[in-house]
Design a protein around this ligand. Structure first.
Ligand SMILES: [Zn+2]
Length: 87
């Protein structure tokens, strides 16, 4: 009976050791978030960062809010359109 318990314990220990080794390998192969090789930081990453779009008060073109030129409480696509009247 003791011999069976010994073998069961040994097998459990071996399986636990193999599993922890596999887990370490997976962690090694998966770069941390933000790394260029991470699956989440693919070509789709810039799409999420686009965020809100705003309309130019002059030419009514939609563009990312981060590129907006704001003047008199209005958003413009470029500094040239700030001096032009709204179309
Ligand atoms: Zn414009």
């Amino acid at each position: 009976m003791m011999r069976i318990l010994f073998w069961v314990a040994l097998i459990v220990l071996v399986i636990a050791a193999i599993r922890s080794k596999i887990r370490a390998k997976i962690r090694e192969m998966t770069p941390p978030p933000g790394h260029p090789g991470h699956p989440g930081a693919g070509p789709q990453a810039p799409m999420r960062e686009l965020g809100a779009t705003v309309e130019c008060a002059h030419c009514h073109v939609y563009f990312p809010e981060s590129e907006a030129v704001t003047a008199n409480g209005r958003a413009y696509c470029c500094p040239e359109h700030v001096n032009l009247p709204p179309a």
